[in-house]
Design a protein around this ligand. Structure first.
Ligand code: IPD
Ligand code: CA
Ligand code: CA
Length: 266
């Protein structure tokens, strides 16, 4: 393993512990697919269990830090400068359907700035981690964003809004603008892994609107530390809107322009 800071070492240990439970539960879910009731109650329990382990282990590691957890919400800490941003299971629908593509995502913020992140793909045993100023890694290997400079060679990932989420129309318009210009578009169902894959140079870019902070916090650190570029879709602050575009540095502007409404149509 490349050299990790003390806090990263503790975060990795917490994530690996929660992951052991999720891996066991995923095995169960695969069995439950065929039962009539289906695995959904079981999955919400697995999700909560993983979050509990992360909360307990990270609290033990850094007793004063606060939390923003997907399931429990805000847990105030005595140290107001640090906060963990936790999604115990990103890619819930994949997990529920026995699709082996989901992750635990843990970000760390200091005074409002994202400084560390882990996205752990439990089934493929790929631990993506990054610390501000120290680079991004998958397990032991240093990560760099892709070197592609042309949209026509690029694979771009996205997230499709699902039932109850806003922005369906806008999504279809963006998809219609981008598909004729790129090599391919992918939707694999875990925003945290989408960002990790941009950091790893597997995807050349990613965009999705209306995500939550726990979906993107860790992935943003990964992309930045891998030499990539992140920005809010409409020029605002993605920490507030959750609408994010990430890519290698060369493609950022081109991708944003390709997705945007043509000026004459505004
Ligand atoms: C979801 C995944 C998905 C994205 C959704 C998220 P969850 O998170 O990241 O890829 O499209 O917007 O809500 O619900 O699986 O934790
Ligand atoms: Ca999520
Ligand atoms: Ca989740």
């Amino acid at each position: 393993m490349a050299q990790t800071s003390p806090i990263m070492t503790l975060m990795i240990a917490a994530v690996r512990k929660a992951a052991r439970g999720l891996a066991r539960d995923f095995g169960e879910v695969e069995q439950l697919q065929v039962s009539k009731k289906g695995p959904s109650d079981f999955v919400s329990a697995a999700d909560l269990k993983a979050e509990k382990v992360l909360l307990e282990e990270l609290t033990k590691a850094r007793p004063g830090y606060g939390f923003l957890l997907e399931e429990r919400g805000v847990v105030e800490g005595s140290d107001k400068t640090h906060r963990f941003l936790v999604d115990p299971l990103d890619g819930t629908l994949n997990f529920l359907h026995g699709l082996p593509h989901f992750a635990i995502s843990v970000g760390l913020e200091r005074e409002g700035e994202l400084i560390a992140g882990i996205v752990y793909d439990v089934i493929k045993d790929e631990l993506f981690w990054a610390e501000k100023g120290r680079g991004a890694y998958v397990n032991d290997r240093r990560l760099r964003v892709s070197g592609r400079t042309s949209l026509s060679d690029s694979v771009i990932a996205t997230g499709i809004p699902f039932q109850g989420k806003p922005g369906h129309e806008q999504f279809y318009q963006e998809l219609a603008r981008i598909t004729p210009k790129v090599a391919g578009v992918r939707r694999w169902g875990s925003a945290a892994l989408d960002l990790a894959y941009v950091a790893a140079g597997r995807y050349d870019g990613f965009w999705e609107r209306n995500l939550a902070l726990w979906d993107i916090a860790a992935g943003v650190v990964l992309v930045r530390e891998a030499g990539g570029f992140t920005r809010e879709m409409d020029g605002g602050d993605f920490m507030e809107t959750g609408s994010i575009l990430a890519s290698n540095a060369a493609l950022g502007q081109t991708l944003q322009q390709a997705l945007a409404e043509p000026k004459s149509a505004r």
